[in-house]
Design a protein around this ligand. Structure first.
Ligand code: HQG
Length: 181
């Protein structure tokens, strides 16, 4: 694992899943003070020489995904949370069609129950098929791409939230809005 990936994974773990391990508190949007965050990462993982804010920014710039945001001296993960307190995301109208890449073995259950957040706080949807394929590829060598009829879902009152330009979130998605290949 290269150092960028190592740092990014530790950042994701702290900001999405286990801030308490780092002695951090997230606000309702998932933000925490960036200097306390960096100090905690260095302390918990004994990183030497210690990483700096410039190193964090470099990791974010080099990444193919926009996972984190720095604003007003704070940092947050833009999506992916599993902590117990629900993180709020901005509600907005998504594109008419979104995609979700998943594993073949999950299809019978998704047909029955729809898309559920599982261990995370929200269901994650992608704006394009290549991204959905990449997301699904984490679970299956031959992922299934589901087409989500968000236009009808919005018309029926389902709320969608912004992760970043390519990732949309929702609480859950009944099977009637999902086209299976
Ligand atoms: C599946 C990564 C059975 C769902 C990615 C998925 C994404 C069901 C798995 C982000 C189900 C959960 C999130 C049901 C959903 N029955 N299985 N009813 N409903 N599932 O990892 O969407 O690289 O929690 O299809 O790129 O794969 O870390 O969610 O396969 O954006 O930045 O349950 O995380 O981002 O898996 O990925 P996950 P995800 P990063």
């Amino acid at each position: 694992m290269n150092e960028d990936v190592y740092i990014s994974k530790k950042m994701s773990y702290a900001l999405r899943h286990n801030p308490q391990k780092y002695g951090l508190q997230l606000d309702q949007y998932g933000y925490t003070d960036i200097h306390s965050f960096i100090d905690a990462l260095n302390r918990v993982h004994h990183i030497t020489p210690p990483i700096t804010i410039e190193r964090i920014k470099m990791v974010m710039e080099h990444s193919n995904k926009e996972r984190f945001k720095i604003k007003n001296g704070k940092i947050c993960a833009l999506y992916g949370h599993s902590i117990s307190g629900i993180i709020s995301h901005r509600q907005a109208t998504p594109p008419d069609i979104l995609y979700h890449g998943t594993a073949r073995r999950f299809i019978p259950s998704i047909k029955k129950l729809g898309l559920l957040p599982m261990k995370r706080q929200y269901v994650h949807l992608s704006t394009d098929i290549p991204m959905a394929r990449q997301v699904g590829g984490r679970h299956d060598s031959h992922p299934v791409i589901l087409r989500i009829n968000t236009k009808v879902a919005v018309a029926n009152g389902i709320k969608f939230y912004v992760g970043n330009d390519e990732v949309w979130l929702c609480d859950e998605l009944p099977a009637e809005y999902i086209e299976f290949p």
